[in-house]
Write a protein that binds this ligand. Sequence first.
Ligand SMILES: Nc1ncnc2c1ncn2[C@@H]1O[C@H](COP(=O)(O)OP(=O)(O)OP(=O)(O)O)[C@@H](O)[C@H]1O
Ligand SMILES: [Mg+2]
Length: 595
Amino acid sequence: MNTPSAPEATGAESLRVRETLKALYEYVRPHRWTVVLGLLLALVGAAGGLLQPLATKALVDRLSSGGTLTTILLALTVLVLLSTVAEAFGAHVLERTAESVVLAARRSLIGRLLRLRLSAVDRMQPGDLMSRVTSDTTLLRAVSTQAVVNAATGALTLIAAIVVMAFLDAVLLGVTLAVVLVVGVGAALVMPKIGQAAERSQAAVGEMSTGLERVFGAFRTVKASGAEERETARVEASARRAWRHGVRGAKWEALLGTADNLAVELAFLAVLAVGGARVASGDIPVSTLIAFLLYLFYLMEPVYKLVDAASAYQEGAAAISRIKEVDRLAAEPPATYRPARTEARPASVRFEDVSFRYGPGLPYIHQRVDFEVPGAGMTAFVGPSGAGKSTVFSLIERFYETTGGRVLVDGTDIRQWPLSELRSVIGYVEQDAPVLAGTLRENLVFSAPGATDGEIRAVLARTRLDTLVERLPHGPDTLVGHRGSKLSGGERQRVAIARALLRKPRLLLLDEATSQLDAVNELALRDVIAETARETTVLVVAHRLSTVTDADRIVVMDAGTVRAIGTHEELVAEDELYAQLATTQLLVPAERPAV
Ligand SMILES: Nc1ncnc2c1ncn2[C@@H]1O[C@H](COP(=O)(O)OP(=O)(O)OP(=O)(O)O)[C@@H](O)[C@H]1O
Ligand SMILES: [Mg+2]
């Protein structure tokens, strides 16, 4: 199935080994001393293991010479206990650190995601972005600590074992290494397959989130369209793809596991044959052969560890490349400005020959848009659907950068404004009046966290939400559901307006904010907006004649250009499109309230 976030589209281009290791080091750096401690403890454990065959050799030698075994057995017991405890404690230290690495990666990702530019988010799927925070970060757990320690202890103990084995018998070591080398080369060829499978599996998990997010974003439409089965199949397909790549990865891992077993088994047979001959010929004593064979089995562990580390690295590298991809998306600077509300002066807005398109290769949405709103009062934007009215607001909020020309607020190019300061001046009601999950109160104070209870009560009364609040079981602390689904469309719009008013903006942007209101509420809010417009700059995208006739200035837009600017009377007389809009359904005449 072809989902919008095919792995290629989300750019699962692997990082190079150096970049991956650098990224890995950055994650581990804050915890490097803990990792070193874990490493030391693991080494103590490993050294304990390394000494066991030697102690066994001493024991066998003592046996043949008829000496007492008590001390040597006691020493062996202490050795086993000590190395076990050290290993367990080391493992705990590392697990803890691994969780901290995951937390740090999640924190930086979350912070990054919320600051992404809209143009970057437009290109991505929210579900896929979410899965990078929830799922990919967990793969860092193994690679950031355990794998580092496994690689280090594995390599060190391997070297130590080889040194001791060389000391025991160089010929037998040569036999062993030859076998291990042959199998090792085969294993190295399999490694990248594991990474590839992990990356594809993670991409499929991202698609699964994207599919689910798509369904819950339009749950009622999905049900009303009878699309449950189809959407289930779609999400399931991603789940199956994740399974398929997961199984493929597991297959390669199992093959690797078998390979290192095989290496040791084959080496064992070879050593047994060559060693047996050497014992028979009197070149080495039998105790040396026993010790050597014990070392051979001991060798299994470091080899396992190295293989483990290598496959964890492959999976971790897949996750890191998906996480780092988010770092490469364009983001806004972090908020630096804390609004100290001192002035309530209305803002001025000016578009100077603005041209704009949503992306390279896309059509121009604005072409030389030019208008000026000098201060307090209401300016209405009218025009056919798709004319670029909402885009005007997006540019004022600097959600997107203009392609040409300038947008000025208070006479200053908005690119010169600190972003957070610019936005703190503006109250904005989106076209679809979003309400967030949470309580009504949380929604109201969302853009004005410092609002007092008195202010909240006042704004509830102004937006005629007071009667709603009285009816709600927990008043303003009632939960409103996912995207405010427990409120009516008109209620959601009034909540959005109340939220914008509570911010006490110097510039209020209302995008069709009253389209779903009944006549009584619409009239009431018209008064509220008219009153606000006396001391605030109000820009409104209007679809109702009543809003437009009240406006001090009307900007008529058509296909990305400003056709005309004037008052209702002037425009009816002078602009053909406006006259047409005013007399046809595009601007709906206000109904008289039935009171
Ligand atoms: N994020 C986006 N990426 C690409 N194109 C977009 C994006 N948002 C809007 N557009 C396109 O830009 C054009 C203008 O959109 P805009 O939302 O400004 O229209 P509008 O005048 O507000 O229309 P309406 O009255 O229907 O709300 C539309 O043709 C739309 O397809
Ligand atoms: Mg619009």
